[in-house]
Design a protein around this ligand. Structure first.
Ligand SMILES: Cc1cc2nc3c(=O)[nH]c(=O)nc-3n(C[C@H](O)[C@H](O)[C@H](O)COP(=O)(O)OP(=O)(O)OC[C@H]3O[C@@H](n4cnc5c(N)ncnc54)[C@H](O)[C@@H]3O)c2cc1C
Length: 368
């Protein structure tokens, strides 16, 4: 009987197990992860930080027995072709999927520094965030504004240090609007937080300064590691039967992607690789963030190349257009725009930029 072993059972790893069963895989499936079950991540910085009653489980406990997926609460420490060694036991497998995610970077400062990646981090941070606590958040990505939103909601006195407009590569021009909102809600210091900063006015610092792919388990396994485990478009490493997906991997020749949707999409792709079936055409990357009461989303690429142009639809939606084709879109509090843009991109629907810009024309009409 074929046998698949998945290292890491969060967004990407769990999706492989679910996807394999959905695709009719009849072999053995084992997930190794130090957590007690499969947990989601994005709510950790938003709902969970504010209200620890939020259920993070990606599936109810009975799902595992119903789908014949074995959960091993352990940590993998070594792997090679056909085997994985955990702290306590050795497993043999035909297919090994590495989905170990990432570890947050931190800062060396004369203050306590918190980071946020997993449930334990969130509990730790939540316990420290009390009304009136003075905190500095350092970071220029999605996480810093999300953390600032939650910390403010818990009554903390928040200062964000950011050397750039956060997540401009993800939300394009709309990142400026989000930045403006952040400056109205909390104190924003437009520079990097360094050891030279006077930190006496803060109780502690939260570092949201990026991640490193969690590659340690693969050291010495024969796979190539270069800013993540390097894979081909089927998420295969150079070692037969070993795959890497989600935040830990990087497709050869492309930048690393560390968003939730990539975790799910790479898992879906590796299911096809293992099953030997033909994948559907890849869907455009989708990213969202909840900050200061706004839902911001982006699909595809929102920073135009020289020959492309930007179309504004009102103040809170943009499209990147190449000829008559949409390449990407971003919108604040308008999921219809994102839905429509996804349809336009995946179906190659021709658009007229003037119509895209006209808010009197319902966006859905342009997807027919
Ligand atoms: C707080 C937070 C907020 C986020 N918000 C957003 C958002 O708003 N929008 C968005 O698009 N993305 C967001 N992301 C990013 C998104 O959650 C990640 O891209 C996604 O979780 C990646 O999935 P993954 O399965 O590759 O990695 P992870 O979700 O990190 O899972 C890796 C799993 O591997 C396990 N593991 C690690 N090492 C080992 C080992 N040696 N042995 C066994 N198991 C191991 C870990 O315990 C973990 O369960 C956020 C991330 C965080 C942390």
């Amino acid at each position: 009987m074929p046998n698949t072993l998945i290292i890491g059972g969060s967004v990407a790893g769990f999706s492989v197990a679910a996807g394999l069963r959905e695709a009719g895989y009849t072999g053995k499936i084992t997930i190794i992860d130090p957590h007690h079950t499969a947990l989601d991540r994005p709510p950790l910085s938003t709902e969970y930080l504010i209200d620890d009653d939020v259920d993070l489980a990606l599936a109810p406990p009975e799902w595992f027995a119903e789908h014949a997926v074995t959960w091993v609460q352990d940590t993998a420490v070594e792997l090679g072709q056909g085997f994985v060694q955990t702290r306590t036991q050795r497993f043999e497998a035909d297919h090994i999927v590495i989905a170990t995610g990432a570890v947050p970077k931190t800062l060396e400062l004369d203050k306590p520094v918190y980071t946020l990646r997993n449930l334990a981090d969130a509990k730790h941070l939540r316990a420290a965030l009390r009304p009136g606590t003075k905190i500095a958040i350092a970071g220029g990505g999605l996480l810093a504004p999300e953390l600032a939103t939650s910390a403010k909601a818990l009554g903390a006195d928040v200062t964000v240090f950011t050397p750039q407009v956060p997540a401009v590569e993800v939300f394009g021009e709309l990142a400026e609007t989000l930045y403006q909102t952040m400056t109205e809600e909390v104190v924003v210091v437009p520079r990097r937080l360094t050891i030279d900063e006077d930190l006496t006015r803060f109780d502690f610092v939260v570092a949201a300064v990026g991640i490193d792919p969690a590659v340690d388990v693969a050291l010495g396994s024969g796979v190539t590691i270069d800013d993540g485990i390097v894979v081909d478009e089927h998420y295969r490493t150079e070692v037969e039967g070993i795959y890497a997906i989600g935040d830990v991997c990087r497709i050869q020749g492309q930048p690393r992607q560390d968003h939730w949707d990539h975790g799910r999409a790479s898992a879906a792709r590796v299911v096809h690789t293992i099953m030997g079936t033909k994948p559907e055409a890849p869907t455009p990357q989708w990213v969202w963030s909840d900050q200061f009461g706004h839902d911001v989303q982006a699909v595809g690429r929102v920073v135009p190349h020289a020959h492309e142009h930007l179309v504004h639809r009102g103040e809170h939606a943009i499209f990147v257009v190449d000829g008559d084709q949409v390449i990407g879109a971003a919108a604040i509090d308008d999921h219809m725009v994102i839905r429509a843009a996804t349809r336009m991109i995946t179906r190659g629907i021709s658009v007229d930029p003037a119509q895209l810009a006209d808010t009197d024309i319902p966006i859905r009409r342009l997807t027919r």
